[in-house]
Design a protein around this ligand. Structure first.
Ligand SMILES: Cc1cc2nc3c(=O)[nH]c(=O)nc-3n(C[C@H](O)[C@H](O)[C@H](O)COP(=O)(O)O)c2cc1C
Length: 152
């Protein structure tokens, strides 16, 4: 396989800028920047998020079987950078009614209950049922607006 072509084509897949919110085993809030999200079923509504095998987020998801996804809006570049840097204190948060952490002012959010974790590859696919949703204002920021790539 042509490695350059593989990277170029895989990086053509469009992604959004999301923040995965989880609870630590101690009950604290945790945020992770991520982008590999898709809907996989209408009835029931299922979504899949690919979580790095090295991430603390995956540890939390294995433990709690739940996560929230905040949809960052255009202009939330600073929020994305703070989360990638681990500067969570700079990020204003709120919570879903059940207590999962969200980014305040997001375009929308999902709350998901995990029904299956695939154990293949270096990211584990958390297949999850949508259990709650909220809509804010603005549009989802596409990953390309940050000039970042994840894929290849
Ligand atoms: C542009 C970009 C996209 C990313 N997308 C994902 C993703 O979809 N899934 C994932 O597990 N990690 C993704 N990451 C990597 C995580 O943000 C990173 O591994 C993080 O340190 C894991 O955080 P945690 O250990 O606190 O959970 C992405 C990083 C960047 C910069």
């Amino acid at each position: 396989m042509d490695k350059k072509a593989k990277k170029k084509v895989l990086q053509m897949i469009p992604y959004g800028a999301y923040v995965v919110g989880t609870k630590t085993p101690e009950g604290g809030d945790h945020l992770m920047f991520g982008t590999w999200l898709m809907q996989t079923s209408f009835k029931p509504v299922l979504v899949a998020f690919a979580l790095s095998e090295d991430s603390r987020t995956l540890v939390h998801v294995r433990d709690s079987k739940q996560f929230a996804v905040s949809f960052l809006t255009d202009g939330m570049n600073g929020v994305a950078e703070s989360i990638v840097d681990g500067s969570f204190a700079k990020v204003k948060t709120e919570h879903t009614p059940s207590g999962l952490p969200l980014v305040a002012g997001a375009a929308g959010w999902l709350e998901c209950h995990v029904i299956e974790l695939s154990e293949k590859g270096d990211h584990r696919i958390a297949l999850a049922e949508l259990v709650d949703v909220g809509v804010g204002s603005g549009k989802l920021m596409p990953l390309e607006a940050l000039k970042w790539h994840y894929g290849g």
